[in-house]
Design a protein around this ligand. Structure first.
Ligand code: IVH
Length: 672
């Protein structure tokens, strides 16, 4: 046998073992045997580099990622699916299908039901049997070239049998298995890094790393669920096509089901409701789709969704865990909220170790005690809550009682008539102050970066900061001397504080934390009165008359402004140079980019930076100079540098100018 043949055989054997291990979950050799094969191949390839081919298993980590992922236009747009949480809406979908296929008997309509994986959509293109490109979905029209990173996924074939197709693009979902997610987060926490919120984010981060060798260490998986295009399609149905793909060794999910009619498709919703939780990957729903490709064609698609498929999403996920303790948290208005500390448990993709118990009545009603096993639930991004007790602990403690004094400052607590919430009456309670400072510095208020809970904690506990205006007297040296504070971070914090002086009147009003004066009201007031001075002079009746203000807000505002200590604090802030006038138009609240944070880098061609910034701001978005976890998008022009790397590391979407333009025109683009 020639060396060339040897190499060919080894490649095929290793590909087969990869397939058995990563796709079929049934390895037929031991790890040592596998490693020996790979080692042998490497040796041969080293002595005969002329025989190294791109589809060799030694070349999974080989290609380099450009400094910037190249944009890739999808030859066929990557649509998304119409979502529903409701079985009736799935029935309505079926009715629309029937209506769109006149003359087709209902009992001849087959559906395929697949799990809906919660990961990231990608497209893989094969030419003459070789994987030539892998791209993210991006905004559906245009994604990013992440070929080098996708090649490291060992369930993705680098080479497929060319007899069937010359050119094919398959699509699928990349995910991080739950176990791998936990492993990586434990590692990150041990290294003092911020853990990923859920497996999806972790997978997104791993796919966008600049070093494919690191991607290779993350054990990402993929399921192929669709074909973008192929040159000659021998199949009449989706299910047949999936079988073909499976035969080509693409990873196809084992739970895909062919259903002879709509009712049996519907029945799977119940079947998978619990089953999905036992899987090692996140599944957030089911995809219900027509089997016949001809019928799909006949129905077509809207600009966003195919008319031949729908996604049923499962309601908030629940999990069972144990109450380790019940503690009380003091909020910024002195409200005392009982919180359950839980044995950490994974729910809806993130680890949960606390849940709100709302108030005393709620705990009594549900009779929740330390040691009990409870059902917790998380709906979307909201804080998880305890639904009910399912098992009482053997030695149940006393029923929970609200503390008679503030757990933080020992001042007395008070429950106003008709309210359910207890409050600490001490307005200088350090716990309240800490929360107020967090609010004051938050993104939608004064937006002071680098002012984390650890810094706030130290400044309040030492008595150095007793109110907002004290912040503006801080010096770099004293901040640098705080625990876990490097010189650089201290400088950053001081300059962020300095910058916040110009945040503007509406932000300041919001930041002060006046009850019932949220962001929107603050903007309204700022637009109407233009300055703190004018607002202070206004009389109550006039305030009340403003649309959207009303007596409750008016009263609260007046009470705040009339109080001596608050007046003094406002004076102090003014003396420190905090801007108390509104400049220009107060930003529209509820603009299409409301709450989204952008960073601009590199040279833009279509806009000047200033124009891009103004445009984003006019739609309610924010433009900041440094990338952090809070950044929603990096807009990268030519010769973008370190910010781009950072964005990639954090898994933050990167937009080029065109994508920015699209986002400005249609803000739902780019969020997929
Ligand atoms: S089929 C025209 N099947 O869900 C789109 N999608 O909301 C056809 N997804 O972008 C998609 N699992 O990222 C399909 N078994 C599955 C899926 C699946 C997850 C994702 C996919 C898509 C999104 C649609």
């Amino acid at each position: 046998m020639t060396v060339k043949q040897d190499i060919e055989d080894l490649k095929q054997t290793i590909h087969l073992h990869d397939h058995l291990y990563y796709v079929k979950n049934s390895p037929s050799v031991s790890d040592q045997e596998y490693d020996a094969l790979l080692r042998r191949l490497r040796e041969l390839e080293t002595s005969h580099p002329e025989y190294v081919t791109p589809d060799s298993p030694t070349q999974r980590v080989g290609g380099k990622v450009d400094e910037r992922f190249k944009a890739v236009v999808h030859p066929v747009p990557m649509l998304s699916l119409d979502n529903t949480y409701n079985v009736d809406e799935v029935r309505a979908f079926h009715q629309r299908v029937l209506k769109g296929l006149p003359g087709v008997p209902e009992d001849s309509i087959e559906y395929v039901v697949e799990l809906k994986f919660d990961g990231l959509a990608v497209a893989l293109t094969y030419e003459n049997g070789l994987l030539v490109r892998g791209a993210t979905r991006g905004d559906g029209l245009q994604g990013e070239d992440i070929t080098a990173n996708l090649r490291t996924l060992r369930s993705i074939p680098l080479k497929i049998d060319t007899e069937t197709f010359n050119r094919i693009e398959v699509r699928g979902e990349v995910f991080m298995p739950k176990k791998e997610f936990e492993r990586i987060n434990a590692e990150r926490e041990a290294e003092g890094e911020v853990p990923f919120a859920n497996p999806r984010n972790a997978a997104a981060g791993a796919l966008r790393l600049l070093d494919p060798a690191v991607t290779a260490q993350r054990k990402l998986g993929i399921f192929i669920y669709a074909v973008g295009f192929l040159d000659n399609n021998p199949c009449k149905t989706h299910f047949e096509l999936q079988k073909k793909l499976e035969a080509l060794r693409f990873p196809i999910n084992r739970y895909n089901r062919l259903c002879e009619n709509f009712e049996s498709a519907l029945a799977l919703i119940e079947e998978f409701r619990d089953k999905r939780k036992e899987l090692d990957y996140e599944v957030d729903g089911l995809v219900i789709q027509l089997n016949s490709l001809a019928h799909r064609k006949q129905l077509g698609e809207t600009s966003k969704f195919p008319r031949w498929a729908v996604a049923y999403k499962y309601e908030a996920e629940q999990a069972v865990t144990e109450v380790i303790d019940i503690v009380c948290q003091v909020g910024r208005t002195g409200s005392i909220t009982p919180v359950a500390e839980l044995r950490p448990v994974l729910i809806s993709g993130s680890t949960v170790s606390r849940a709100t118990l709302h108030n005393e009545d709620e705990i009594k009603r549900k009779d929740i005690r330390v040691g009990d096993r409870v059902v917790i639930e998380k709906a979307g991004e909201i804080i998880p809550k305890v639904v009910r007790v399912i098992e009482q602990s053997g030695e149940r403690g006393q029923p929970f009682k609200m503390p008679a004094i503030c757990p933080e400052c020992q001042a007395s607590v008070h429950r106003p008539e008709g309210e359910v919430v207890w409050r600490c009456v001490n307005s200088s309670c350090p716990a309240q102050l800490k929360e107020r400072l967090k609010h004051f510095s938050s993104r939608k208020a004064m937006d002071i970066d680098h002012f984390g809970p650890a810094v706030i904690e130290q400044l309040v506990d030492s008595g150095r900061v007793k109110n907002f205006s004290d912040l503006y007297t801080l010096k770099t040296d004293e901040v640098a001397s705080l625990e876990r504070m490097a010189d650089k971070s201290a400088k950053n914090l001081i300059s962020a504080i300095e910058k916040s002086k110009h945040a503007g009147f509406s932000r300041l009003l919001h930041a002060l934390g006046i009850r019932h004066v949220g962001q929107r009201t603050a903007i309204l007031l700022a637009r109407k009165f233009r300055s703190m001075k004018k607002l202070q002079e206004v009389d109550f009746n006039e305030l009340e008359k403003i649309d959207e203000i009303g007596p409750v807000i008016a009263e609260s505002l007046k009470a705040f402004l009339d109080q001596d200590s608050n007046r003094k604090e406002i004076e102090q802030l003014q003396e420190q140079g905090i801007l108390m006038e509104e400049q220009g138009n107060a930003p529209e609240s509820g603009g299409s980019l409301q709450g989204r944070q952008f960073v601009l880098t590199g040279t833009l061609a279509r806009f000047t930076r200033e124009e891009a910034k103004e445009k984003i701001q006019s739609l309610g978005g924010r433009v900041t100079s440094t990338i952090s976890k809070k950044t929603d998008y990096l807009v990268a022009g030519d010769s973008a540098g370190s910010k781009l790397d950072k964005a990639r590391q954090l898994g933050i979407p990167v937009l080029d100018e065109e994508a920015l333009q699209k986002l400005i025109e249609s803000p739902s683009a780019g969020s997929g």
